[in-house]
Design a protein around this ligand. Structure first.
Ligand code: FES
Length: 176
């Protein structure tokens, strides 16, 4: 098993996914408005806004999408539709560490499904679920450009290659 540096990051959030603007405190609203301050107040600002907010919260609670709709002069339906369309956006809280198992062709052929299952079994979660301690989420990702390392797994900035089902506990231990 090898690991390599990459610049993909991960974060987490604790606000319920369905919390609307009326459910959160003024400070939280002000925080999002501050994040959006440099984002264009037009439709083309929606994707940058979603990216900036997700970077801060780790996912997109409902109230942030409401504020993005207001800021960009679009609708909640448009913001929600955009966020749903792109797999990079998450509308549910994530664990502190997202374990991304590549299921691209090369990794699939080398047993990505078994590796993914092993992570879920070891952590006692379903795919995309957060562990009880809030530490981990297991997710699938399409080719991360490390096909020669199949099965490739990414955790935060780190890429692990040649991952076997019986090695998943070693990866998890690094982040506990
Ligand atoms: S298919 Fe997994 S890294 Fe390319």
């Amino acid at each position: 098993m090898r690991s390599e540096e990459s610049d993909v990051g991960a974060d987490s959030g604790v606000i319920p996914a369905d919390a609307g603007v009326g459910d959160v405190c003024d400070e939280e609203v002000a925080t999002v408005r501050e994040i959006l301050v440099d984002v264009p107040t037009a439709k083309e600002g929606v994707i940058p806004a979603l990216q900036d907010v997700q970077e801060a919260y780790g996912y997109l609670p409902k109230f942030t999408m409401e504020l993005i709709a207001e800021h960009t002069g679009t609708s909640m339906a448009h913001v929600y539709g955009t966020a749903s369309f792109y797999s990079q956006f998450h509308m549910e809280p994530r664990g502190d560490h997202t374990i991304k198992v590549c299921t691209g062709t090369a990794c699939h052929v080398k047993g990505a499904d078994e590796v993914s299952e092993a992570f879920c079994d070891e952590l006692d979660v379903d795919l995309e679920e957060v562990t009880d301690d809030g530490q981990f989420t297991v997710d699938h990702v399409r080719c991360i450009g490390a096909c020669s390392l199949a099965v490739a797994v990414m955790v935060g900035d780190e890429v692990y290659g040649d991952v076997q089902p019986d090695e998943v506990d070693e990866v998890i231990e690094e982040y506990r």
